[in-house]
Design a protein around this ligand. Structure first.
Ligand code: NCD
Length: 316
């Protein structure tokens, strides 16, 4: 694997499982009093973020530091992008300074794929438009596996603005590759036109689905990506599709609640529900660092190959 642009680049269940096993090693490293290994000493990683980010960017940054890599910060707001420099020229300029990997977040689907075609460095997709967010899917799989042992045969409902969600696309691919059954629950206006081809069931009755799930995964209304009016009001959205306190009571006692963040408390999830013991939202963030360490290590570590040998090298 040279790049991580899509969940499909991992080659199905076996590739995803390899990343998750390697993540176990990095969770162990992260728990040490000095949570740092020299695995990527001498490597340089640049961030190319054209969209806002809190979790993903800080998590990649922490992951790189724990692997002893050097990082090159690039902030679109204070760069020559404001002087009209193209994505291609910007990527090639960064590469000319000597980078081993470029982590790209961009508002347009396919932008990281374009960057990968222009540079020799490894490219990691940290979210491209409505398209994909593969490291989010990996950290979500890891978090579910940590709680439930495996995703095989589990029922996961993804609820909310599926249409504009790159997280939903990557998670459907990864969850179903690992054997979970996925149900999408959303108003018809927030389902993508291509959804018929996805390996999922569709429902518009959240109350009927909640008692049947192992995991309910909530999405934010991505209003910055909506070009038309798809919802009457947020209040109405919450009434029909929000995980309110009353609805959370329909969940089985052992069912889990997840959200990729950023949350809009009181809209897709009640503030009290986000803080319940069954909510894994903080675990997702914590695991995000170790998962990104695994991805960076697989792409840039010695041998750069998927497999137990990578795991053994880390533990050594
Ligand atoms: C998401 C994103 O930016 O794709 N956040 C994240 O990376 N954890 C989801 C969102 O914006 O709602």
């Amino acid at each position: 694997m040279t790049h991580l642009l899509s969940v499909d680049d991992l080659g199905g269940a076996s590739g995803i499982e390899e990343v998750l096993r390697l993540t176990d090693s990095f969770v162990e490293v992260s728990a040490r009093s000095i949570p740092k290994v020299p695995a990527l000493r001498g490597k340089t990683i640049a961030w190319l973020f054209y969209e806002d980010s809190t979790r993903t960017r800080l998590s990649f940054e922490t992951a790189a530091k724990r692997l002893s890599a050097d990082t090159m910060n690039f902030s679109v707001g204070s760069s020559s992008v404001n002087k009209g420099e193209s994505l291609r020229d910007t990527a090639r300029t960064i590469e000319a300074m000597g980078v081993d990997a470029i982590v790209v977040r961009h508002g347009s689907a396919g932008a990281p794929h374009r960057v990968a075609s222009w540079v020799d460095a490894s490219v990691i997709n940290a979210g491209d438009g409505w398209h994909e967010h593969p490291t989010q899917a990996l950290l979500d799989c890891y978090t579910i596996r940590q709680q439930l042992g495996s995703l095989e045969g589990r029922h996961i409902a993804i609820v909310g603005d599926i249409k504009h969600s790159r997280v939903a696309r990557s998670n459907v691919l990864a969850f179903s590759a690992l054997g979970a059954e996925v149900t999408l629950v959303a108003p018809p206006t927030l389902l993508p036109p291509s959804v018929d081809t996805w390996p999922v069931k569709i429902s518009n009755d959240l109350d009927a689905v909640l008692p049947t799930v192992d995991v309910v995964y909530l999405l934010r209304m991505q209003r910055e990506r909506m070009t038309e009016s798809l919802l009457p009001t947020l209040r109405e959205y919450t009434a029909f599709w929000g995980l309110t306190v009353a609805r959370a009571a329909l969940l089985r006692p052992d069912a889990l609640v997840m959200h990729p963040g950023p949350m809009n408390r009181g809209v897709e999830i009640a503030a009290e529900v986000a803080d319940l013991p069954r909510s894994l939202i903080i675990d997702q963030v914590r695991n995000g660092v170790a998962v990104r360490m695994a991805v960076l290590y697989l792409l840039l570590g010695s041998g750069a190959e998927l497999g137990t040998t990578a795991e053994e090298r880390v533990r050594a």
